[in-house]
Design a protein around this ligand. Structure first.
Ligand SMILES: *Cc1c(COP(=O)(O)O)cnc(C)c1O
Length: 397
């Protein structure tokens, strides 16, 4: 059994804060600051440029990629790290489209994160007028998979509602129709059990600063199925994805396997932070994590439905189709979240009316959930959110 008291002790949360926003930016694990400080002083400071070899900087994207890979069911050598998720979405889509040269449609859904849709739209425009991004309602994805679809691009867990797709089923359906799949794990990696190998996915991408706690701007990951990795041509053919970057050839030759998905110089300090943050996962069983997450969510839903009748559940009630977050709707959602934050309970707001709460068993206990629900319900009952300072919108919501 996973020891959640032990994992909780591995985080350095501010005193008095209940953090229900690890789905947006994971908190600081202990040991990360020290590790990054060492990378700065002992590696960069002392080794200077020799750190690329001596400190193993150049291998960090692959080494850390393998550690992330273990959490998503990927075999060693199939995941690499770098850039932001938006870039990795673009890369995966471009490679996948090229592997289906006779088809022109990217299929996605209206619950997808806008950046994924924007990147897909931008890629289609670059490729020409025949290419199109088609979006349907999340419930209609399965029925919309047909022989015109080149790539099915799906984010497994909806960032607003927490609704979870049945990926294994969608992937099987897409493959039967001759399409490839790009699976976005932004709200899955570190949140729910994922098995990219078992589900036979083609490409998977995700970020590390949400449930994997790498810190703001931490690098994204990309997985390419081994059966495709030597055939996939990287659209962003940067020098570090080259077979021999230090040969400085004038011609591009893709590197081996997923290594070709590297673009430019890797963010070593952020990778050092992620590497240290991943230590928390040693000894965590993803099935235990899922069970505990659902317990915490069920507790929260029951308390909120009992104590705050004005909030409507926006997430699926069925835990089988919910990720690791619970969302509610209220027309004054923004102000309610600001009032909550002022009282030490951090959740977030997503337009137009969603209050979002992430459940992360590594550092959240049933006592935290009870206290958070109590504070939320008191704010609602006494309309403590209805103050001018809670209505003023900041740049980042
Ligand atoms: C968080 C998130 C992103 C963010 O992309 P960045 O390039 O890292 O800013 C993209 N897609 C999805 C599905 C997300 O949840």
């Amino acid at each position: 059994m996973t020891d959640f008291a032990a994992t909780r002790a591995m985080f350095d949360l501010p005193e008095g804060v209940i953090y229900l926003d690890g789905n947006s930016l994971g908190p600081l694990p202990r040991g990360v600051a020290e590790r990054v400080a060492l990378a700065i002083t002992d590696e960069w400071g002392q080794m200077l440029i020799t750190g690329w070899n001596k400190a193993g900087w150049m291998d960090l994207p692959a080494r850390v990629g393998d550690r992330v890979g273990r959490l998503i069911g990927a075999t060693p050598g199939t995941v690499t790290m770098g850039d932001t998720l938006s870039i990795k979405v673009y890369q995966a889509l471009a490679s996948a489209l090229e592997l289906r040269p006779d088809r022109r449609v990217i299929l996605s859904d209206t619950g997808n994160f806008p950046s994924d849709l924007y990147m897909a739209d931008g890629l289609c425009r670059t490729l020409g007028p025949d290419y199109a991004l088609k979006t349907v309602a999340p419930e209609e994805v399965e029925g919309a998979i047909d022989a015109s679809v080149a790539v099915l691009m799906i984010t497994e867990v909806d960032y607003r509602t927490g609704r979870k797709h049945d990926m294994a089923r969608l992937i099987a359906k897409a493959h039967t129709a001759g399409a490839l799949v790009v699976w976005d794990l932004a709200h899955s990696a570190g949140a729910i059990p994922v098995d990219v190998t078992g589900a036979d996915t083609d490409f998977a991408v995700g970020c590390s600063y949400k449930y994997l706690n790498s810190g703001p701007g931490g690098p994204a990951f990309i997985y390419v199925a081994p059966r495709l990795a030597e055939a996939a041509r990287p659209a962003l053919s940067g020098w570090l994805g080259h077979e021999a970057p230090f040969a400085f050839d004038l011609d591009y030759r893709p590197g081996r396997g997923v290594e070709r998905m590297r673009v430019g110089t890797p963010p070593i300090l952020q990778l050092a932070a992620l590497d240290a943050a991943l230590d928390v996962w040693e000894g965590v069983d993803m099935q235990d994590l899922r069970a505990r997450s659902l317990e915490l969510q069920a507790q929260f839903i029951a308390l909120v439905e009992e104590g705050c009748p004005d909030l409507t559940l926006a997430s699926p009630r069925d835990p089988e189709i919910r990720g690791s977050q619970v969302s509610c709707r209220h027309e004054h959602g923004y102000a309610i979240i600001q009032a909550l934050i002022a009282e030490g309970v951090i959740g977030d707001f997503r337009a137009p009316d969603i209050l979002r709460f992430g459940f992360t068993p590594l550092y959240l206990s049933p006592e935290d959930v009870e206290r958070a629900a109590q504070i939320l319900c008191a704010i609602m009952a006494e309309r403590r959110w209805d103050k001018p300072e809670f209505h003023a919108r900041a740049k980042v919501t």
